[in-house]
Design a protein around this ligand. Sequence first.
Ligand code: SAM
Length: 472
Amino acid sequence: MYNPKSHKAEEFICHEEVLDTLSYAEQNKNNVELIDKILEKAKLGKGLSHREAAVLLDCEDAEKNKEIFELAEKIKKDYYGNRIVLFAPLYLSNYCVNGCVYCPYHAKNKTIPRRKLTQEEIKKEVMALQDMGHKRLAIEAGEDPVNNPIEYILESIKTIYSVKHKNGDIRRVNVNIAATSVENYRKLHEAGIGTYVLFQETYNKETYEILHPTGPKHNYAYHTEAMDRAMEAGIDDVSLGVLFGLELYRYEFAALLMHAEHLEAAFGVGPHAISVPRLRKADDINPEEFDNGIDDDTFAKIVACIRIAVPYTGMIVSTRESEECRKKLLHLGVSQMSGGSKTSVGGYFNPMPEDEDSAQFDISDRRPLDEVIKWLMELGYLPSFCTACYRHGRTGERFMEICKQQQIHNFCHPNAIITLKEYLEDYASDETKKVGAALLLREIETLQDEKIKQIVKDDLQKIEHGERDFRF
Ligand code: SAM
């Protein structure tokens, strides 16, 4: 029985409800009257149910599809302005006991070089990331209770936060590690993590079990209920995602939104963000052997419909996607992106060609961070290295409340300006500095509140004189 409040995976991601949703969407994909009604509701900016969003996703009417894309752009602008938050992944270890058939870290892969960073090596990686200008990291590790126990992850987080190299400072560590116990989530919470990230990979239980034939990750319920345990442990910023390409995208889309509705129904707070990774080529993985790959147009439609369905939830796109594809998705709803990423263990500090062999997947967007920042600014975006919300306790329910009152601009926009200024002072190339200086002048003028505007101007001057870490 479908029950969004239940803590049982098969009740809040009820297979029958997903199938019913898909047939409802199929039946109504050309029902212009219903689509109009759904669009009217969506324009209120309070989101849509998974059933309503599924109809929009399936819609075949060219005129209505145009409206869907326009609305996604409008919601993106209204809620996120032109800000794009930057981060980088940091791969700690690729030891893994699972058998995920799409991931080169699977235990049977005997050719991939296994590596685990020591704390000294983590310090070097963090310094290299700080020297690029990053302030926000997502740590990544395979699942291996012997090589990567929770103690190793906790020690690594401590190390990352402790490194202060030149003006560098990692101010927010998000964590993408395998599903774990409430007790371990509590430890992560106490270690001061930002968001807990866990991709569902696929919500279809039968497919899930085939794709995860061995190892602890085989347990569908344990994996699917992970966010409930994280929230029970006090982590109220969680980030969902599916790996597009593994299952039929319509199924994943409906179930992903059901997961978001479940968190809202059961805990009063939806996901902080949703990632939209697509399957990529990797060491012994050929994405063409999977039947459910999606083209760029379908991918864009998914992103637009997620933006409309959950306006308060950030959306993340990684360097799995090309520059061209990322450009398109930025318009439609993406609010965070990685830049200058390496998916190999030890890939940032003094990278060796053989390090690439330990990579989790091939990267499409290989540009250095400075180039990404300049590109974003030239496209009219305001790159942000802000980490203030989490450091001021604006997380979970509190964060959502501020978003719903549309007040987040008052924090995010000035913080984006301030952190971009830090980036330009400390790390940007001359060309990027020039583009950035002009952008900052324009952005300051968009601040409506005169008091805030004055504080920002003062902060920018102080940054020029060497002070750092101002925030609202
Ligand atoms: N080991 C952790 C777990 O079990 O959830 C997560 C860390 S893993 C480094 C991060 C994510 O990379 C996975 O959740 C998966 O979705 C994604 N991934 C794995 N293989 C991939 C591939 N070939 N292409 C793109 N993404 C992939």
